[in-house]
Ligand binder design. Structure first.
Ligand code: RFL
Ligand code: PHB
Length: 390
């Protein structure tokens, strides 16, 4: 088999890249280790920046988010027992974020790919990017016991944090990493969101909490927990009780509880691997960088990487120019590091750290007070939250 761009991984990065390339008339094949159902079963991100929604529309897959996404004009910070709205719409000259689940987005992209008749190999085993240092890269893989080779012009490593692409070039990269001393316990439940108009981020003496949503009938909530806690030790009742204790009185009273349909604990990590290009192999999305979920940036960074990557391939095929390819890594990393900074900062501001003593605690309180009372500080939060320009 031969294609122009071989894409490893059918998460949001790989599927969106495939769709953008298809729109530009560039042939591509996706190789995915898991089954389609497994990929759809992962409950992850929920908040899309304005530029991500615009990109989905440009890719011809904006109908789902336009129909079912919930536009948020503000976020709320809860601390000291009170709620403090941040008017991100007003502070950014009219920009918003949209709540739309990664599951729904992935489904939209899979359906568009299927409708266009594009090749996706699910349950591809032992996927290996090969010969990307020269002009004739290829990817070998196994399917149903037989070994196959996909010849291509370029390989896009969109295979997430635990994928094979970054592992293949591990001797050529510099890694930057910060691991946080806590995790997030997340619950998905078919109950109306307590705050359908804003995402609520809470800082309390019991730890961080977050009230988010997937739709007007499906909510997503998180509480900070020890990273080695076991999900089995968190009954639904214990989760709802803990969440209530971390919110202000009004929100706590209004929370509608119900049985969880998903419950999991995720570790928090900041990670960047540099560079993002190795000859004809390119890393995109979580394959190259991870942010703690506090700023809701992971999926959005994946989208901006693949926009740059698709633009680079268009320049190569249409204009016979390798300028975009040569600049890919530098261009992505400028945006990536700003999102890393923002996610680290918001994580540091909103969580309880085991080693935070009185002084650190007082600084957190002073910064929160400054943030909600200074227009300059709120604007800095708002412009990062809606997403920096591409
Ligand atoms: P993915 O989604 O991990 O997809 C990678 C795909 O590659 C496949 N794969 C392989 N395929 C072939 N061969 C191999 N050897 C392979 N190894 C792996 C995998 O099976 C998979 O299908 O990476 P991608 O596409 O870069 O997308 C990244 C996003 O998924 C991620 O950044 C976000 O989910 C992060 N994130 C959030 N991002 C946001 O923008 N807003 C949010 O609100 C938000 N909330 C979150 C989050 C992530 C979370 N967790 C659990 C990590 C909340 C949570 C709790
Ligand atoms: C989510 O809805 O899953 C979500 C929302 C905001 C975040 C992280 C996750 O910062």
């Amino acid at each position: 088999m031969r294609t122009q761009v071989a894409i490893i991984g059918a998460g949001p990065s790989g599927l969106l890249l495939g769709q953008l390339l298809h729109k530009a008339g560039i042939d591509n094949v996706i190789l995915e280790r898991q089954s389609g159902e497994y990929v759809l079963g992962r409950i992850r991100a929920g908040i899309l920046e304005q530029v991500t929604v615009d990109l989905l529309r440009e890719a011809g897959v904006g109908a789902g988010v336009d129909a079912a996404g919930t536009v948020h004009h503000s976020i709320e910070l809860v601390f000291g027992g009170a709620r403090h709205p941040i008017d991100v719409h007003g502070l950014t000259g009219g920009k918003v974020v949209t709540a739309y689940g990664q599951t729904e987005l992935t489904r939209d992209l899979m359906q568009a790919r299927q409708a266009a008749g594009l090749a996706t190999v699910y349950e591809a085993a032992n996927v290996s990017p090969l010969d990307f240092g020269g002009g004739k890269p290829r990817v070998s893989y196994q399917k149903d016991g037989a070994t196959h080779t996909l010849e291509c012009d370029f390989i896009a490593g969109c295979d997430g944090f635990h994928g094979v692409s970054r592992a293949t070039v591990k001797d050529s990269i510099t890694e930057y990493e910060k691991v946080y001393p806590f995790g997030w316990l997340g619950v998905l439940a078919d109950v109306p969101p307590v705050s359908p108009h804003a995402i609520v981020y809470g800082n309390s003496e019991r730890g961080f909490s977050l009230c988010s949503m997937r739709s007007l009938t499906r909510s997503r909530y998180y509480v900070q927990c020890p990273v080695d806690d076991r999900v089995e030790d968190w009954s639904d009742q214990r989760f709802w009780d803990e969440l209530r204790l971390r919110l202000d009185k009004d929100l706590a009273e209004r929370i509608v509880t119900g049985p969880s349909i998903e419950k999991s604990i995720a570790p928090l990590r900041s990670f960047v691997a540099e560079p993002m290009r190795f000859g004809r192999l390119f890393l995109a999305g979580d394959a190259s960088h991870i942010v703690p979920p506090t700023g809701a940036k992971g999926l959005n960074l994946a989208a901006s990487d693949v926009k740059y990557l698709c633009g680079a391939f268009i320049e190569f095929y249409r204009d016979n120019s390798s300028a975009g390819i040569d600049n890919y890594s530098q261009r992505c990393l400028r945006r990536v590091w700003k999102a890393e900074r923002f996610s680290w900062w918001l994580t540091s501001l909103m969580h309880r750290f085991p080693d935070t003593e009185g002084f650190g605690q007082k600084l957190q309180e002073a910064e929160l007070d400054y943030l909600v009372n200074s227009k300059a500080a709120s604007t800095a939060l708002a412009e990062n939250y809606v997403g920096l320009p591409l």
